[in-house]
Design a protein around this ligand. Sequence first.
Ligand code: ADP
Ligand code: TRP
Length: 323
Amino acid sequence: MRVLSGIQPTGRFHWGNYFGAIRQYIDLQHGNEAYYFIANLHALTTVRDRDVLWRNTVDAAIDLLALGLDPSRATLFVQSDVPEVSELCWLLMTGAPLGLLERCHAYKEKKARGLTADAGLFTYPVLMAADILAYDADVVPVGMDQVQHIEVCRDLAGSFNHEFGEVFTLPKAKVLEESAKVPGTDGEKMSKSYDNTIDIFEDGKSMRKKIMRIVTDSRPMEDPKDPDTDPLYQLYTLFAAGSEREAMAAKYRAGGFGYGEVKKTLADAAEGFFAEFRDRRNQLAAHPEKVCEILGDGAQRARRKAGEVLQRAQQACGLKAPA
Ligand code: ADP
Ligand code: TRP
């Protein structure tokens, strides 16, 4: 199976990114041909400071490697290092219905807030489709919010194939059910845009502070509570083993405990969980030249595959002599 995913370098990665997406990248690099990239062209639609964009890109690569992405198993690269994708994007753009793009959530939400969108944001899903199709990806591991974009990719690929023959592989989204939508400190979906994130590599003190701010209900301590509707419990389950989850759920149902206690347990569990990654991150950050070398190798491998697919598409639609 060929696996591909991308993640934008728009800031430091948070728990939602890890449990919704990155953890799947790491698992799927075993036994599959895997491609993972840092989506800096997509990030350019929002990050307009060159130092910040570059710093975020290097940080994203270091984070992914520290979290277990293994360059001997998976191809890790920066999106803009594969210009074939931008070319493929144009081919797809020529057949992309405006109505389809108007329904996509990033654009729709911006419009609904009365803001003006640019062509980059509007055509964002077409570039994402090119990202996926350029590597003949079968499976795309993502969080739930990206499923719509993968449907758009299937639509665009399907119409191209219909017009020009079987050029593209239709991909499927892969969403982890238990962490498809990790809640943030306010109980809504954790997202950089909502300022409710807890970062993976946040320092211990600031992480604890944020955990202490997680919203909880205000019922008396003695009352029994339903764990399944509580964001704090949902966050705890991400870090806890099955038996620990059960024990915590039983505590909720019995009542007579304080949320402060649960928050402390969550903070200890999260700190222990990420400790090993944190050490690895420190080692990698001391050698940014090695990280750049890994990205350079990755780009070469990625270009080879994307070049093949682009040529196939160019031949199919008459931009190049037939095969
Ligand atoms: P953000 O919403 O913070 O800007 P991104 O949109 O960059 O995050 O998401 C990067 C990846 O992480 C995507 O695959 C996305 O689906 C996943 N992801 C983001 N937030 C969550 C969340 N709260 N729960 C599960 N997955 C998430
Ligand atoms: N749009 C994705 C996000 O915001 C990032 C992304 C870009 C992506 N291209 C992709 C994800 C291709 C999967 C496949 O998270």
